[in-house]
Design a protein around this ligand. Structure first.
Ligand SMILES: Nc1ncnc2c1ncn2[C@@H]1O[C@H](COP(=O)(O)OP(=O)(O)OP(=O)(O)O)[C@@H](O)[C@H]1O
Ligand SMILES: [Mg+2]
Length: 250
C-alpha cells in the first residue's frame, strides 16, 4: 500500500511585507508504493514547497494530500526529508547520528549499534562509524544523511537536491548507492533535482514543473532498462526532450 495522492493542491504564501506568491497551483500527483519519482523545474517553481507539504511541515491552501486515503494532518511520520545541506549533528559520531534516529524510532539501546552499522554498511561507510561529521567529505556526509534517513524507516523518502553540492563523479556514485538502497528497501522516493541526467538515470517517472504559478506541466515515464547508460541514444533523446519541455535554450 502506501499510495500517496496529491489532489488539486495549491499553496499561496502571503507574507506581511511581501506580495502574494502562488507557490503551487492545482497540483495533481500520485505515487505508488516503491515508485521512484524525480521532480525537475526552474528555481522558485515550488519543488521544496511540495516536499514540505507532503512532509506536513506546511499545509496546503487548497486541495488535499492523502497517504493510503488518510489525509495528512500535521507532521507526516511516514516521510523523511533529506536536504542538500548535510544536517548531521556535529557533536555526535557517524554511528551516534544513526543511533539517534534509531532511538527516536524506539529501537532498543542494545540493538542500535548493530542496526546502525548495518545501515552504514549499506552506504559503504562502516569504516567511518567512529568519525565526526566534519572529518568526512561532503559525499561521505551525504551518505550518512541517507543512512540516517533510512534509520527512521520511512515509507516515503523525500529528497531535496541531495546531491546538488557534490562533484559529478561523487554524484554518480551516490546515485548508484541510492538505486541499490531503493532496490533493497523498496521505499517510495520523491527526488528533486536540477540535473536532467540525474533525473533520467534515477526515475521511473519524471515530473516537470513550471513557474508563475508553480505547477506540473508534464509527467514522463522513463522506460529505459537499468542500469541506464548515460551516453546511449535513448538517454540523450530523452535529455533533449526534457530540455525542450523546460524551455532551456541550446
Ligand atoms: N515560507 C515562505 N514564505 C513566503 N514565500 C515562500 C515561502 N517558501 C517559499 N516561498 C516562495 O514560494 C515559491 C516557491 O519556492 P520553493 O522554495 O518551493 O521553490 P523551489 O522550486 O524549491 O526553488 P529552488 O529550485 O530554487 O530550490 C518562491 O517564489 C518562494 O519565494
Ligand atoms: Mg528548493
Amino acid at each position: 500500500m502506501n499510495r500517496l495522492l496529491i489532489d488539486g493542491v495549491g499553496k499561496v504564501f502571503n507574507g506581511d511585507n511581501t506580495r502574494e506568491v502562488t507557490a503551487l497551483k492545482d497540483v495533481q500527483l500520485s505515487a505508488g508504493s516503491g515508485e521512484f519519482i524525480c521532480i525537475i523545474g526552474p528555481t522558485g517553481c515550488g519543488k521544496t514547497t511540495l516536499l514540505r507539504l507532503i512532509a506536513g511541515l506546511e499545509s496546503p491552501t487548497s486541495g488535499t494530500i492523502r497517504l493510503d486515503d488518510q489525509p495528512i494532518d500535521g507532521l507526516n511520520k511516514s516521510c523523511t526529508l533529506v536536504f542538500q545541506q548535510f544536517s548531521l549533528f556535529p557533536w555526535l559520531s557517524v554511528l551516534g547520528n544513526i543511533a539517534f534516529a534509531l532511538d527516536s524510532k524506539g529501537v532498543p539501546k542494545k540493538e542500535q549499534k548493530r542496526e546502525a552499522l548495518d545501515l552504514l554498511r549499506l552506504v559503504g561507510l562502516a569504516d567511518a562509524a567512529g568519525s565526526k561529521p566534519h572529518e568526512l567529505s561532503g559525499g561521505m556526509q551525504q551518505r550518512v544523511s541517507i543512512a540516517r534517513a533510512l534509520a527512521y524507516d520511512p515509507e516515503i523518502l523525500l529528497m531535496d537536491e541531495p546531491f546538488g553540492a557534490l562533484d559529478e563523479r561523487t554524484r554518480q556514485k551516490l546515485q548508484d548507492v541510492l538505486l541499490d538502497l531503493w532496490r533493497k528497501k523498496r521505499k517510495t522516493i520523491l527526488f528533486v533535482t536540477h540535473n536532467i541526467d540525474e533525473a533520467i538515470y534515477l526515475a521511473d517517472r519524471i515530473i516537470i514543473m513550471a513557474i508563475e504559478p508553480g505547477r506540473i506541466v508534464n509527467n514522463l515515464s522513463v522506460d529505459l532498462p537499468r542500469p541506464r547508460r548515460r551516453l546511449s541514444a535513448e538517454f540523450t533523446e530523452l535529455h533533449v526532450r526534457i530540455r525542450d519541455l523546460l524551455e532551456i535554450p541550446e
